[in-house]
Design a protein around this ligand. Structure first.
Ligand SMILES: [Zn+2]
Ligand SMILES: [Zn+2]
Length: 94
């Protein structure tokens, strides 16, 4: 039953999967209407993205925030994406 340990930790694998999924998802649908997500550095607030990664999810300028990042803005209402009330199609519970 000896199984070889993978070279990377589970945490790293999970983070990489989350990162890849986040970068693939360029648009969000709101009631069937597509909005391009706001990448880190494109926000109206200046977070000094040239010098620092996202304080919450750690992506660098021009990358999309990871799922459930506190800092991501909703492309529809410009509020915090986590807390806004827009009906995002992928956020609806099945
Ligand atoms: Zn972020
Ligand atoms: Zn919104």
């Amino acid at each position: 039953m000896a199984k070889k340990q993978p070279a990377t930790t589970t945490e790293e694998v999970l983070r990489a999967a989350l990162f890849n999924a986040g970068q693939r998802q360029e648009n969000w649908l709101f009631g069937g209407e597509s909005y391009r997500r706001i990448a880190y550095g494109e926000e109206i607030d200046d977070w000094d993205s040239d010098n620092f990664p996202c304080a919450d999810c750690g992506v660098t300028k021009g990358q999309f925030h990871l799922a459930n990042c506190d800092a991501e803005k909703c492309p529809k209402c410009q509020e915090q994406a986590l807390g806004c009330l827009c009906e995002r199609d992928d956020r609806r519970m099945p």
